[in-house]
Ligand binder design. Structure first.
Ligand code: NAD
Length: 358
């Protein structure tokens, strides 16, 4: 198969980890007889420096025309001034909207040898295998009206939490579809005791479940879900929720795995290219020092192969190689070890069968 992948390395450690993931993609291409071509573009702070905006129309058009987009991370202290109107995150939001990717998938698994890297007790972590699905283009982050104003001498800030039925339906459909090939359990997280948009969410979740009798549906309030994620994480299979709840719960869930540097994500829509990125940020504190853990980005490349290129065998090969590299002792600094960024990749390549030795 031939595929064109747009690379948006971004800022901080983004370029370092994306370069590692490309090596793994190239190794998979060689091993399985595929041809991947890459188009590298600026997005985030680096684009602000060059073009004055975080995402140009040309870069968005390149992304829309690609088979998939692999992103590193954006942002950093240089662009953090709260008074500025142009911010690196605007590129992320523009990209999500422009690609129509409405569902963010974050698989969270705990490698048995890394249970001690997590702040949770090891006995809580056995069997943790969660797919968190966050609605990505609706809710509080996009609703109008939004803004700040002075009213009668007092300053007021407003955000609007709005959901349409179709926005809820499509992300729940995806959750049920993906649950069918897993442990067949969906936990739909809302705040239906307080929020009208959550009551609509819950109604649609119930009607979706009625059409999928083979899948078990639980409704759970977001406050309960935040507690259960750390008290009994192995009980979750697919967890699906709206944008802001998902933003918070996905970071909480990431703690289970031991390091943010390990976790991948995929953002998907109905058609067009998916957007793949590690869940961590640009980590300016370690940028340029060869310390970044590339596994989250390498695993994001595996999700790219599975969801955008329909190459499940190749995706599984990368996931197995990452697993084996960790079992063999590859440990970057965030995992309490001394392996450099390139050594972590070399370990993965060795287990893919594409390198001589670790
Ligand atoms: P961060 O995720 O960049 O870093 C948090 C901590 O985790 C840091 O100590 C960092 O060194 C460590 N870390 C992160 N990724 C790592 C990796 N792959 N290997 C080893 N250690 C890793 O979060 P932050 O410090 O809050 O944010 C830094 C910048 O990143 C900010 O400008 C923020 O806005 C931006 N950010 C971007 C994204 C994105 O691009 N999607 C997401 C979150 C934060």
């Amino acid at each position: 198969m031939k595929a064109n992948i747009v690379l948006l390395p971004g800022d901080g450690i983004g370029p370092e980890v994306v370069a590692e993931a490309v090596q793994v993609l190239d190794a998979v291409a060689a091993q399985f007889g595929h041809e991947f071509t890459y188009t590298e573009r600026l997005m985030g702070g680096c684009s602000i420096d060059r073009h004055g905006v975080a995402l140009t129309g040309e870069v968005l058009a390149d992304c829309q025309a690609a088979d998939a987009v692999l992103l590193g991370a954006v942002g950093g202290p240089k662009w953090d001034d709260p008074a500025t109107k142009v911010r690196p995150e605007q590129g992320l939001l523009g990209l999500r909207k422009g690609l129509g990717v409405y569902a963010n998938l974050r698989p969270v698994r705990v490698h048995p040898d890394l249970v001690n890297a997590s702040p949770l007790k090891p006995e809580k972590l056995g069997g943790v295998d969660i797919l968190v699905i966050r609605e990505l283009t609706g809710g509080l982050y996009f609703g109008q009206p939004k803004g700040r104003s002075i009213v009668d001498g007092r300053e007021r800030g407003v955000d609007t939490l709005e959901y349409w039925d179709y926005e809820i339906q499509r992300v729940l459909d995806l959750a049920f579809r993906l649950a069918a090939s897993r442990r067949k359990k969906v936990t739909s997280v809302d705040k239906a005791n307080v929020l009208e948009s959550s009551r609509l969410w819950r109604k649609i979740a119930a009607s979706t479940a009625a059409a999928h009798p083979e899948i078990a549906l639980d409704h759970m309030l977001v406050d309960t879900a935040s507690m259960r994620l750390i008290s009994s994480p192995a009980a979750f299979d697919v967890l699906v929720t709206e944008n802001m709840f998902g933003d918070i719960l996905t970071d909480e869930a990431s703690v289970l795995a031991g390091s943010m540097g390990l976790l991948p994500s995929a953002s998907l829509g109905d058609s067009g290219p998916g957007l793949y990125e590690p869940i961590h940020g640009s980590a300016p504190d370690i940028a340029g020092r060869g310390l970044a853990n590339p596994l989250g980005t390498i695993l994001s490349a595996a999700l790219l192969l599975r969801h955008s290129l329909n190459l499940p065998r190749e995706a599984a090969a990368i996931e197995a190689a990452v697993n084996d590299a960790l079992s063999a002792g590859a440990r970057s600094a965030d995992l309490g070890g001394r392996s450099s960024t390139t050594a972590m990749t070399a370990a993965v390549l060795a287990h893919l069968g594409a390198a001589e030795s670790v």
